[in-house]
Design a protein around this ligand. Structure first.
Ligand SMILES: [Fe+2]
Length: 261
């Protein structure tokens, strides 16, 4: 990285961090906490980020989109993905969002657990999803944790020029409550937060000409993962999301982390 690029990168990260602080300060944390728990650990915040904050994230999207990995698993998913590794290299505002201590403090308070970042070698720690071709979609699933603890998902809407919706079924594992279905338009600046083990969710298919882009951030209560689960998780990420090269990139990042401690 040249000195000029490094300085542009840290400026972009700092500018976004300031926007994020303003957005966090404006939240009614108590009300949101009540809503989150009332909805069995699901929350939708329609206007979390300002237009200026979204614009900073979109500048990263524009830079990263040409390198996205497209994937198709019949009857399960079709779409484009950009991994944490690519974001770490070329998405300073996106990475600043994921790593923000203030945002993680807010989330930890909301979900009543001490949340941690996923390890550096996890390609899903923060990622972009693109639903930009006809039929792009995601089958219903839970964001089950392969880590030893719980896993929480944050989705941030960046582009929603699309008929495609985030489909969520709440209360699926809660005794005495009937399931409730939601179809969420993840409009720019909106945010969804949920416990991956509780919300059954998917994405409805896009039509020709549609464009929907979402940022996903993953937080965990433990960074420990068994070796077999790690191997399975890496393979799933490589085939279903980020491409085979993500396997080598993860290995490189594990080595880099090991040699830097
Ligand atoms: Fe998911």
């Amino acid at each position: 990285m040249t000195p000029e690029t490094a300085s542009a990168t840290s400026t972009a990260a700092a500018a976004f961090a300031a926007e994020l602080e303003r957005a966090l300060a404006a939240l009614d944390v108590e009300r949101l906490g009540r809503e989150y728990w009332e909805q069995d650990e699901f929350l939708f915040v329609p206007d979390f980020l300002s237009g200026a904050a979204v614009a900073r994230l979109l500048a990263d999207v524009e830079r990263l989109e040409p390198g996205l990995n497209r994937n198709y698993i019949p009857r399960h998913k079709k779409g484009g993905s950009v991994s944490h590794f690519a974001i770490a290299d070329g998405g300073p505002a996106l990475l600043a969002f994921y790593r923000s201590d203030g945002f993680r403090r807010f989330l930890s308070g909301l979900v009543r657990a001490e949340l941690q970042l996923c390890p550096d070698e996890d390609p899903h720690a923060c990622a972009l999803y693109f639903y930009t071709e006809a039929g792009d979609h995601m089958g219903h699933h839970y964001d089950t944790s392969y880590y030893r603890g719980a896993r929480y998902t944050v989705l941030v809407g960046l582009v929603q020029d699309s008929s495609s919706r985030l489909l969520c079924r709440l209360h699926t594992r809660q005794e005495g409550r009937a399931p409730r279905d939601l179809a969420v338009a993840t409009t720019p600046g909106s945010m969804v937060i949920f416990n991956g083990d509780k919300v059954y969710h998917g994405v409805s298919p896009s039509e020709a000409g549609d464009r929907r882009v979402v940022l996903t951030l993953e937080y965990v209560t433990s960074r420990e993962m068994g070796r077999l689960k790690r191997a399975f998780s890496n393979l799933k990420d490589a085939f279903a999301y980020f491409g085979i090269r993500s396997l080598w990139q993860a290995r490189g990042r594990r080595r880099a982390t090991a040699s830097s401690v």
